[in-house]
Design a binder for this molecule. Structure first.
Ligand code: ZN
Length: 440
């Protein structure tokens, strides 16, 4: 069991319910996987050191200490397709590039892509992520090895539901006893999965005590499809099917009306906002400032790196804030603290740890990141939260602690040879593309 004392950091606790959160200079103690001390009093810190004389001391001076960022919707293994096909209309992009590539991936390719995605996220201060992809049972071990916290969503279409639910059972077994990893059932979307199969996945999730996630109301094409086929909207359809509740994550929700927002709040669903993916695919801008005002739990995410093209939550925070301001023509919309809350406090609900993750307070889970503030673009510091949200970069993250374990230090991921990983990824991609060419 690791015992840590992070001394004299600028702590951004994210504990304020209303208004901006006060940051302060303090030391933070961690025993096992919990934060046990947050204090600026010399006596209190000394008595922690007396009690734990062998604890590891980390110097927090010149650094900000934040809760780890939570990415609530991604397809981490899609790093293999980063920049493989860009600037192409959605259906041609899927049919001619993404799906043929995916059809030729092995489990090992997916595990490699997942590792690359996790490496990128960890180095950018992401400690928790919600994934939605294939072969998740095979990825449990990979996530466990990398030391991250994750919800792994077993994704299916109508044609693959049987095999995916079997793989979900294997994933549940593989995740047994691994507290950082949860399994979720993830139908692709209301326009690719039938009503019956949307419900079947939810029943399976309920029987096994699992979470549920689905892409919803992402594009106007989806809206038209659902209107033609079901004479309703995607969110109303999902509600009619009884799949919306506190254990459901809806990714995107770009096209939702006021009544649907109230419905989402009542059902207690978590919305995952993917600002840059929505921009790149030209889906539109989700009305998240309105959703937040309505009391919906809105979180932040990157989506897959084939439609973003990275897993950088700092860019997402900035894009989300700026998009709300420009579409509403109101600079007061989505202030810096609110957007940082989406990436931390709100994201905790998606991870099943509402109130004990995404905050720095005694008793909370010890997922923490240290940000190096001694950079030209972060100086001077008038307002630490605005500094981080509007100027911070993934490359400013120095140290990452997940569940009390130091997994990144001095921008190095412990136990991972990145150069070897890049070589393996290149070999894997080369092989997939060669097969693809031959088949075409
Ligand atoms: Zn997605």
């Amino acid at each position: 069991m690791e015992i840590l004392l992070i001394k004299d950091a600028l702590v951004v606790p994210m504990t304020a319910k209303e208004g901006a959160c006060k940051s302060f200079q303090a030391s933070v103690g961690v025993v096992g996987n919990r934060i046990v001390l947050v204090s600026d009093e010399v006596d209190v810190v000394s008595s922690f050191l007396d009690k734990h004389p062998d604890c590891r001391i980390m110097d927090g001076s010149g650094k900000a200490l934040l809760p780890g960022l939570i990415n609530t919707h991604c397809h981490a293994a899609m790093t293999l397709q980063r920049n493989h096909a860009d600037d192409i209309p959605l259906m041609a992009w899927l049919n001619d590039h993404i799906w043929p590539f995916e059809a030729r991936q092995t489990k090992e390719d997916i595990a490699l892509g997942m590792t690359l995605g996790m490496a990128e996220m960890l180095l950018g201060g992401v400690t928790s992520f919600v994934d939605m992809y294939f072969e998740e049972d095979h990825c449990v071990e990979v996530v466990d090895r990398m030391g991250m916290r994750a919800v792994l969503g077993c994704s299916y279409f109508d044609a693959t539901i049987d095999e995916v639910l079997q793989s979900a059972e294997r994933a549940v077994k593989a995740a047994e006893g691994k507290e950082r990893i949860r399994i979720s059932i993830a139908p692709h979307a209301p326009y690719t999965v039938s009503e019956e199969n949307l419900q079947r996945g939810k029943r399976f999730a309920e029987e096994h005590g699992l979470d549920y996630m689905v892409h919803a109301a992402e594009t106007q094409d989806e809206l038209n499809y659902v209107a033609d086929k079901y004479a309703t909207t995607p969110v109303r359809l999902l509600d009619r099917l009884g799949v919306l509740d506190q254990r459901t994550i809806l990714a995107h929700c770009v096209w939702v009306d006021q009544e649907e927002m109230a419905l989402m709040r009542e059902r207690g669903v978590t919305v995952s906002h993917n600002a840059q993916s929505n921009m790149k695919i030209s889906s539109g801008v989700a009305p998240i400032a309105e959703m937040l005002r309505e009391g919906v739990c809105v979180t932040l995410a990157t989506d897959g790196s084939s439609s973003n093209n990275d897993l950088d939550m700092w860019e997402e925070m900035r894009s989300a804030a700026l998009l709300q301001k420009v579409t509403t023509m109101d600079p007061l919309k989505l202030p810096a603290y609110e957007v940082l809350k989406m990436a931390t406090v709100n994201g905790a609900r998606a991870m099943g740890h509402e109130g004990e993750l995404g905050v720095i307070r005694e008793g909370a889970l010890a997922d923490l990141i240290l940000i190096d503030l001694e950079k030209p673009h972060l100086q001077p510091i008038h307002d630490p939260v605005a500094d981080l949200v509007y100027c911070g970069k993934a490359s400013d993250v120095d140290t990452v602690i997940v569940d009390g374990r130091v997994v990144v230090e001095n921008r190095q991921i412990k136990g991972l040879d990145l150069k070897a990983l890049y070589r393996q990824v290149a070999d894997s991609v080369h092989r997939i593309l060669k097969i693809q060419k031959k088949d075409l």
